[in-house]
Design a protein around this ligand. Structure first.
Ligand SMILES: *Cc1c(COP(=O)(O)O)cnc(C)c1O
Length: 356
């Protein structure tokens, strides 16, 4: 049976990336060695890292004011590393609480300074993005989550502010073009739209660094990672390699404009189908719907288990909603083909006509 991979993360990767990575495990670039066996300070790995960094800068159209790092850990590590580097004791940072990840980020930041939650959508279970809010003038930065993986909402345009913008882009990184120069810092765990688990992409505008008085442990210090070119200690070599291959694939496909076109086609097919079938209901405000993660429910909750069972039987992987949200979630990352969305929509229609 053909499987359709709607996993939310780790998630689907392009088939050519998987094939190349599989070859490299046995024989990396005809070196006769596995990618798992080469030193991180070899020219071989330096080339991988250079291509990854150059590809990020090219796709995001960033100049030399920015540095690109590949660091250990998931996005959760960045929840603490960002405030540790940017927010001193007694200073204030503004946070948008639009979902569980942004909420966690705000809680971690509170360990380092004052956190002011300027936007909070918990009154409606995070089914919308609050876009009007006031940012305190003394805020060191404003933190937002560009795509709420769990709740299925996404910022479709970013706030205009004079405060440095920091974004967790873990689940929609490289899914569409944007003015990335609006941001002082962008981070993303790789395992949703960029590669294998174990590595974080961190993009930093250098002028925001060096302003806190606190002592920062070396491994947590962005400036020290910049000085060491992401090679302070052994990086997650294989995870960086898979990210590099995915970035190469995105560029070869036509870059972010092409990704956006495909993601637009997939998500509009999906949401159009959802809206046409009265058996199902989407609870997210239409203007804030995510192109990456669509969350929806069966109007009759008793039909949820039979629907999920049918999905399983038909090879639709990873569509059960997040444990705190319930319902159904289909993740439509860059590598997911339109045909998988079509197959899922056909299944929804089939289930609908049998049950109405
Ligand atoms: C998955 C996710 C995280 C957590 O990532 P880890 O790599 O597991 O730490 C954080 N933020 C967002 C938006 C996510 O989707």
């Amino acid at each position: 049976m053909k499987l359709h991979n709607f996993n939310s993360g780790p998630s689907i990767l392009p088939q050519p990336v998987l094939e190349e990575a599989a070859r490299a495990i046995i024989n990396f670039n005809d070196t006769g060695l596995s990618i798992l066996e080469i030193g991180h300070r070899t020219d071989w790995f330096q080339e991988v890292l250079n291509e990854a960094v150059t590809s990020v800068k090219q796709l995001m159209q960033l100049d030399d004011a920015y540095e690109v790092l590949f660091l250990h850990g998931g996005a959760t590590t960045q929840f603490m590393q960002v405030p540790m580097n940017l927010l001193d004791d007694g200073e204030t940072a503004a946070y948008c609480d639009n979902g569980i990840w942004g909420n966690k980020a705000a809680k971690e930041a509170a360990l380092f300074g004052n956190v002011q939650v300027v936007a909070d959508s918990s009154d409606k279970k995070h089914t919308y993005i609050q876009k009007e809010f006031n940012i305190p003038g003394n805020a060191k930065y404003l933190h937002l989550t560009s795509n709420n993986t769990v709740e299925g909402t996404q910022w479709h345009s970013y706030p205009e502010t004079s405060v440095p913008l920091v974004a967790d882009m873990s689940s929609d990184i490289f899914s569409r073009p944007a003015d990335f120069k609006k941001f002082a810092l962008i981070y993303a765990g790789a395992q949703k739209n960029m590669g294998a688990a174990g590595v974080n992409l961190v993009v930093i505008r250098k002028d925001v660094l060096g302003k806190v008085l606190r002592k920062i442990p070396t491994i947590m210090n962005y400036q020290k990672h910049i000085d060491a070119g992401s090679l302070m200690n052994t990086p997650p070599v294989f995870a960086v390699y898979v990210s590099m291959l995915t970035l190469r694939w995105i560029i070869a496909q036509g870059g972010l404009a092409e990704m956006a076109e495909r993601n637009e086609a997939k998500s509009s097919l999906f949401y159009h189908t959802l809206d046409s079938l009265p058996l199902f209901t989407g609870t997210v405000a239409k203007e804030d719907r995510s192109q990456m993660n669509a969350v929806f429910f069966l109007k009759n909750p008793a039909l949820e288990v039979p629907f999920l069972d049918l999905c399983k039987k038909e090879g639709m992987i990873g569509v059960k909603g997040y444990r705190t949200v319930g319902g159904v979630r289909v993740s439509m990352y860059n590598a997911l083909p339109l045909a998988s969305v079509q197959a899922f929509c056909d299944l929804m229609k089939q289930f609908s006509s049998k049950n109405s």
